[in-house]
Design a protein around this ligand. Sequence first.
Ligand code: DGT
Ligand code: CA
Ligand code: ZN
Length: 572
Amino acid sequence: MKNKEVAEVLRHIAALLEIKGDNPFRVRAYQRAAQNIEALTVDVEELARAGKLERIPGIGKDLAQKIKEIISTGTCQKYEDLKREVPPELINLLSIPGVGPKTAKLLYEKLGIKSIEELERACLEHRVSRLPGIRSKTEENILRGIQLLKQHVGRRPLGEILPLAEALVEMLRRQAPVDRIDVAGSIRRRRETVKDIDILVTSRNPARIMEVFVSLPLVGEIIARGETKTSVRLKEGIQVDLRAVDPACYGAALAYFTGSKAHNIRIRELGVQRGLKINEYGIFRGDERVGGREEEEVFAAVDLPWIPPELREDRGEIEAAQAGQLPRLVNYDEIKGDFHVHSLFSDGTASVEEIGAKARQLGLKWVGICDHSQGLRVAGGLTPKDIAAKKAAIQAFNRHSKDVKLLFGTEVDILSDGRLDYPDDLLREFELVIASIHSGFRQDEATLTGRILAAIENPLVHIVGHPTGRLIGERDPYPLDLKTIFSAAQKAGVALEINAYYKRLDLNDVNTRAAKEAGVLLAIGTDAHSLEQMNFLSLGVAVARRGWCEPQNILNTFSYRQLKEWLKKKVS
Ligand code: DGT
Ligand code: CA
Ligand code: ZN
C-alpha cells in the first residue's frame, strides 16, 4: 500500500509549514489530505492512474499533482524545498507533548536544538527558560513531555495492535493445523497499550504451526525459533511470541499468559493456601496434575467463578469474585449505537449516507452525527447556515431508513471562559449535544474544572466529550477535579464520554470505574473522522468493561426509542 507513504509525506509537509508559521488553513489542508488518503479503502495509486484523485474529499488540482509526484518519486518538490528551509528533524520535536511549532522553531534558531536528546539536556541545564518568551513552567512541561514519550517507548496503542493480532490468528487458523488458539497477555485484557503479542495454540502438529508462522508475510524477522515457542518481529515493528501447549494444560497456560502478573500472583497464593501449585503447566497437588485443560478449572480450584480477562489487574476483582459480587459486564453485542461521528459537514471524510450504511454493516441501530461548532474553524466547524443543510441531510436519510437512525447532533466547543460556542437557541435545535474542550489545555485545574462544570450545568448539554483531553503517549490529561465533575454530572444527569478513538480512550478505565461508582452514566463515542474509524467502537466497550461497567451504566445499550426519550427528558 502506497497510501501510508503518501500520507506521511503530506503530514511532514504540514508539520514543516507549521514550524515555518505558514497559514493554518494551508497546514490543515495538508493534514486533512493525509488523513483522507489513509482512510481510503482503495489504493491511492489506482486512483491516480484512473485520474480520480480529485474525488477524494479535500483534494483539489494542486494537491492531486503533488500526490502524483509523490507516488512516482517518493517525494515532491514542495517537500524538498521545505526541507531546505526547515530541518526535517524538527518534526520529531513536535512529537513531544508541550512542544508546538513555534517553540520548535525558537529552540532551533536560538539554541540550534534539533533532537529530543539535545532538548532534554538544554532543559536540564535551564538554557531553555532563559530564552525570551519562554517561562520556567514551559521548561518543566517540556521535560514532563519527554518523560511521557519515554514511558511509552516500546508500548503501542491497543487500537493499532489488536487488528494485527486478530489477523495473525485468522491466518494461522486458515493455513495451519490449529486446534485451539487465543491471543493472551495484555491484549486479551484489553489494556490501552501493549508491549507485544502473546498467542497460544494447541495442535496435533506444532512443528507445522511454527513453520507456517515464521513464513507469514507480516513477519519481518525471526528472533528465536523453537518447537514450542517462536518469537518474531512483525514488519510493523512489534514482537509476537507464539507458544504451542499441551491440550491438557491449555486452560492453565491461557490463564497464566493472560495475566496480569499481579493477578496471577494472587491466584497462585490462593492455590498455595489450598495445597495446590498453579502455573502455566496446570494445577498440581504434589506431582499430580489435577486440572488445567480449561481456564475455569484454574479459578474453580481456588473457589472462584471465572473472571473476565478485562478485570484481571488485581484491582479488587478477586475479592469481588469471592463475595459473589463480580459485575455483569456490558457485552460487545449489547451496544446499539455510536454517539460521536464527524461527517463531511465538518472535518470527517464520509457523508451522512455513508455513515448510515456503515452503521448498518456494523449492526448498529443509531449514530450521533456530531460535527464541530463554528469556533473550530480549522476543523471545519459549522456555521448556523451549514447546520440547516446538515439537518436536511439527516432527515432525508432517516425518512428512508427503518433499521438505522441518525441523530442530528453537535460537538460544541467549550470556550476558554466556559461558555459554549453556540447560543442556547441554536443548541436547542439539535437532538444530541456533546460539549468538549479543544483549547486552553494549559489553564489551571480550577479554571479547567470550572469550564466543564459550566457545560454540565447547561441543561442543553447531554454529554461531555473526551473529558480529560489526553492523547496516549502524546499529551497528558489536563488537570481536573474529577470527583467534583462526577458528582455534578450525576446530579445533572449529564453523561461522560468514553471516547473510543484509539489514541484517546478518554475517560480511561480507572476514571470510567470511578464515574460509574459515582452513579454517572457513560456514553461511548468513536469520534470517527472516517468510516474505518467507526470500527473503534469495540475499544470503547473494552474501556467500559475494564471500568467494571454493567449494561445499565452505558447509554449505548439503549434502543433508539429509549435514547430519544433520555435525550428529551434531559432538556425539559
Ligand atoms: P505487556 O506485554 O507489557 O503489554 O503486558 P503482558 O501482561 O502481556 O505481559 P507479558 O507479555 O510480559 O507477559 C504475559 C503474561 O505472562 C503476564 O500478563 C503474566 C504472565 N507473566 C509474565 N511474567 C510473569 C511472572 O514473573 N510471574 C507471573 N506470575 N506471571 C508472569
Ligand atoms: Ca504481552
Ligand atoms: Zn472533540
